[in-house]
Write a protein that binds this ligand. Structure first.
Ligand code: RBF
Length: 215
């Protein structure tokens, strides 16, 4: 039976070629997680995101996702800053053999036109948080689902980096399998990880544009 559920395609095409995306996933319910992560990666690549610009990190369970996303975003900012500083610090602008220490009051020499400084790493444009919570006989499901959902929203609002909500909250194992496209027969289902890959590229692209003051 056809369904009206799920995101409709955007009118715009989003190019992931310049984007750097992190996938942070939990390891509980591995079979489902693996399919979701694969689905996300497939669509990131289909949108042009380079292999080298897809970074994957794992944490024990879904409860750990919000902190991990926050730290990964911060780490990528440190990495980008450090890379730029290292490159600039490593350039010998004065032509002398020993490195020149520039005091705070001194103006650094302007870069010449022939000097091209590339930044091998850049901060993440979006993070996809992937977990699978399956309801058990205790209240853990409710507590973890609620806490993680709110915390992931907080991370994206506080960092300004889109966090794609890839946490399945399933009442049964069958439901979880179907949402990863692993159900059986007619109930094979759709791999939601694919939607999250597309969402990351769309939100990463929007964010870049908005950051440049363009709407
Ligand atoms: N983590 C998940 O990602 N999915 C689950 O379905 C899940 N169920 C849990 C059920 C119980 C009773 C407990 C104690 C933990 C569960 N976790 C689950 C792990 C949780 O997210 C976290 O990794 C651990 O509690 C350690 O902080």
């Amino acid at each position: 039976m056809s369904s009206i559920k799920g995101p409709s395609a955007s009118d715009a095409q989003f190019d992931g070629a310049g984007l750097r995306i992190a996938i942070v996933h939990a390891r509980w319910n591995k079979q489902v997680i693996d399919a979701l992560v694969d689905g996300a990666i497939t669509k990131l690549k289909a949108c042009g995101v380079k292999d080298s610009h897809i970074v994957i990190q794992s944490v024990p369970g879904s409860f750990e996702l919000p902190l991990a996303c926050s730290k990964v975003i911060a780490a990528s900012r440190v990495e980008a800053g450090a890379t730029t500083a290292d490159l600039l610090g490593g350039l010998n602008l004065g032509g002398s053999a020993s490195p020149k220490v520039i005091s705070r009051s001194e103006t650094p020499a302007p870069a010449t036109q022939s000097m091209i400084v590339t930044m091998p790493q850049q901060p993440f444009d979006a993070v996809i948080a992937i977990g699978t919570l399956i309801k058990g006989s205790t209240m853990h499901f409710e507590y973890i689902s609620d806490a993680v959902t709110h915390a992931l929203m907080k991370v994206q609002l506080e960092t300004g980096v889109p966090v794609i909500f890839g946490v399945l909250t399933a009442l049964t194992e069958e439901q979880a399998l179907e949402r990863a496209g692993l159900g059986t027969g007619e109930n094979k289902g759709h791999n939601h990880g694919e939607d999250w890959g597309f969402a990351a590229v769309e939100m990463g692209s929007h964010s870049r544009r908005w950051a440049e003051g363009k709407v």
